[in-house]
Design a protein. Sequence first.
Length: 339
Amino acid sequence: MIDLRSDTVTKPSEAMRRAMAEALVGDDVFEEDPTVRELEEKIAALLGFPAALFTPSGTMANQIAMRILAPPGTEVLMEEMSHPFHFEMAGMASLSGLLPRPIPSRDGILDADSVLAAVQPDVSYKPRTSLLVVENTHNLRGGRVYRRAAIEPLLAAARQARLASHLDGARIWNAAVAAGESEADLARGFDSVTVTFSKGLGAPVGSAVLGSAAFAKEARRVRKLFGGGMRQVGVLAAAAILSLENRSRIADDHDRAKRLASALTGLPGVRVDPSAVETNIVIFDVPDASAFVARLKESEVLAAGISKTAVRLVTHLDVDDDGVDRAIAALRRAAGDRR
């Protein structure tokens, strides 16, 4: 099978498996796992933050950040198709008493005027607005990238409105490569940032949330509250450390995604905009996404239907050029192309 459902489906490499088997471990709830400490120090230095905390998932990392930065009963601003709004099980409401305020956008990239317009007035009969969340890259908008030039006005708007700011940087690795800017450049100025090691980098599991030293200390308490306290978890941190080396090959995934988008252009019943593909995600429309995905599976290609008409393909390190060639052939068959 050529699995293009997500970049989370990768298998750990032999080197990762060896690193996991040989990892030095301790009890992380007691802050005694040396491999976890190494990972947290590495990722904090890479992103330019004072401290980081290893978490089981990006969803938990995002929920920890929102719990700390936003008081209960307040609103959190985010783009209307963002991951915390669509894929985090209403966690912000059930765990932290927060209300999302989704903001429409043309292509997933928020602008300062829209953010300021969504801030509630300071009156007694409206909830306060407390936090701005930015997702980079933006998953459901086809992996669109916030470059530093787009981030600066958003952070300025947040400061003007006295909002905290959080960056959901699960795929910040892809954003950095596409933008030609470092992860630290894209993260600078946010109060907190999340990153994920199992998206695009090949680790089997794991994310991190970053912020100030005080933020990280409180994040450890909230992680425990949410059931995320872990024990001899250096076996997972070891794979995450090694996964950082895979940042050097992410451009290959972007090139392969663009090949897929180009091949989809002009196929019967398919609507796609190749110019919108910036990273490793391709989203296209067909009359019936479920039927199209089923036809792809018959040709041993797995894809994700993300709405009744939209299909998503995600390239990753387990799909090479030959795999892309096979996927293109399957896409043509699924679309009924007779060329």
